[in-house]
Design a protein around this ligand. Structure first.
Ligand SMILES: Nc1nc2c(ncn2[C@@H]2O[C@H](COP(=O)(O)OP(=O)(O)OP(=O)(O)O)[C@@H](O)[C@H]2O)c(=O)[nH]1
Ligand SMILES: [Mg+2]
Length: 430
């Protein structure tokens, strides 16, 4: 596979955490002890699915080829109070700058920005408790055990946004790649025809003990935000950048530098409306190819106008004019934006675990009653209904949550069917 195709910046994957093992019902058997106490062990916890930030990779290509990940399930408990083994976690390496969304709800789950940063994206189910845990003064020999909880299952959309500090935005052939070659050790391809650059290229600029990363992206053309060309897709990579540089000076552009700037700006603005993460940022204008008489002429004429639009620096990536000054100014801008951002970045929530909400809804249609809610459904899933003790405990919990009272208030009567999470019960009174 060639390099261009190996750059994958968006994938959808399926993750399934391990189910918890079931708890068991078991009683001690000892010589000369006619009826031993309960000794059924708990099931093991299911493994988690974890994303781990790694600076060794810079594309999501591995996830493009493997789209499903399952962590190990917990083993069932055993007699003699033996707990089942926990299921194995699974760790998936992702590049720094990966943003993770729940593909079904669109919710932002996490941003992975640091080496070794771990985010649990699907939690393994808890192990079910064995009957040894249900022993009490009243119940010396409980015949209760729980099934393990199901592991979480999610469809995730991962997007890679490069962690550059400076992004170069410009029409094709304006000299963006030439600038990157000049300011850093990166060696992107440069050629006298448009669309030479096909994917983002990063280069590190070193200035004394300070360094920053510049991203060169494919050229933007008019109508790009409406889907023309490739460049606009890549704007999302530089949405995190502290500084955006509008590179002007394409010698064949039939218009003024101001027109060229406005063309770019229009595309960028309409793209911006779709941004999901907006941050403080500085922008500046760089006029390249100042060594060409045509460009220099335009610049002399429009200098005043351009300066009203922002900070302007004229350079030549060909002969190096003003390149050192550009490097210094970029460093200053990067530093100042980073200081402004620091406060904000600290408040990024890496993972929000939803607090358990004990909410439920009851629908009634004559003799049929349906109870919906994550908790009641989980409770039904985890309850082993083949013993009276378990059934009693189940009712006990419904009572505690106020569901029984609500049913009685609704006038539930003997023989009514109650459906919870796909399971049917018959109301026989409390
Ligand atoms: N005269 C002159 N030519 C330049 C300058 N900078 C770049 N060029 C030339 O302009 C052409 C395009 O340069 P690139 O750096 O490939 O331009 P780009 O903006 O990266 O182009 P795409 O990747 O196609 O978007 C090449 O022939 C460069 O040699 C400059 O400052 N002066
Ligand atoms: Mg280029």
């Amino acid at each position: 596979m060639d390099n261009e195709r190996a750059f994958v910046d968006e994938v959808v994957i399926k993750v399934k955490a391990g189910d918890g093992g079931d708890g068991v019902i078991s009683f001690r058997r000892e010589k000369f002890v006619p009826k031993g106490g309960p000794d059924g062990g708990d099931g093991g916890k299911g493994g988690d699915v974890i994303l781990v930030g790694s600076s060794e990779i810079n594309t999501l290509v591995d996830l493009y080829f493997q789209k499903e990940y399952r962590a190990g399930r917990g083993e069932h408990g055993k007699g003699k109070n033996m707990k089942g083994k926990d299921g194995e976690d699974i760790e998936i390496k992702v590049p720094l700058g990966t943003v993770v969304y729940d593909d079904e709800t669109g919710e932002l789950i996490a941003e992975i920005l640091q080496e070794g940063q771990k985010v649990v994206v699907a939690r393994g189910g808890k192990g079910g408790r064995g009957n040894a845990r249900f022993k009490s003064a009243k119940h010396q020999a409980p015949r209760i055990a729980e099934y393990g909880e199901k592991g979480e299952e999610k469809i995730l959309r991962l997007e890679l946004k490069l962690l550059a500090d400076v992004g170069l935005i410009g029409l094709p052939s304006v000299g963006k790649s030439s600038i990157l070659r000049k300011v850093s050790a990166a060696k992107p391809k440069v050629a006298p025809w448009p669309f030479t650059t096909k994917r983002p290229i990063l280069g590190m600029v070193k200035l004394g003990d300070f360094s920053y990363i510049v991203a060169d992206i494919p050229g933007i053309i008019e109508g790009a935000s409406a889907g023309k060309g490739k460049g606009i897709d890549f704007l999302k990579h530089i949405q995190r950048c502290a500084v955006w540089v509008y590179v002007l000076g394409y010698e064949y552009f039939e218009g003024s530098l101001v027109d060229e700037y406005e063309t770019l700006k229009r595309e960028v603005e309409s793209f911006k409306e779709r941004f999901d993460i907006d941050r403080p940022r500085n922008e500046l204008i760089v006029v390249n190819k100042i060594d060409l008489p045509d460009v220099e002429e335009k610049f002399e004429r429009e200098k005043g106008m351009l300066k009203k639009m922002g900070e302007v620096i004229a350079i030549s990536a060909l002969n190096g004019d003003n390149i050192e000054f550009l490097k210094r100014r970029l460093a200053e801008h990067v530093k100042s934006v980073k200081e402004r951002r620091e406060f904000k970045e600290k408040s990024i929530v890496v993972m929000q675990l939803k607090p358990v909400d004990r909410r439920w809804k009851i629908y009634r249609n004559e003799n049929l009653i349906v109870i919906e809610g994550e908790d009641v459904e989980t409770l039904v899933d985890r309850t082993v209904f083949n013993t009276q003790d378990s059934l009693d405990r189940f009712k006990e919990i419904l009572k505690r949550w106020g569901i029984i009272d609500e049913l009685i208030k609704m006038g539930v009567k003997e023989g009514d069917t109650i459906v919870i999470g796909g399971m049917e019960f018959e109301w026989t009174g409390m």
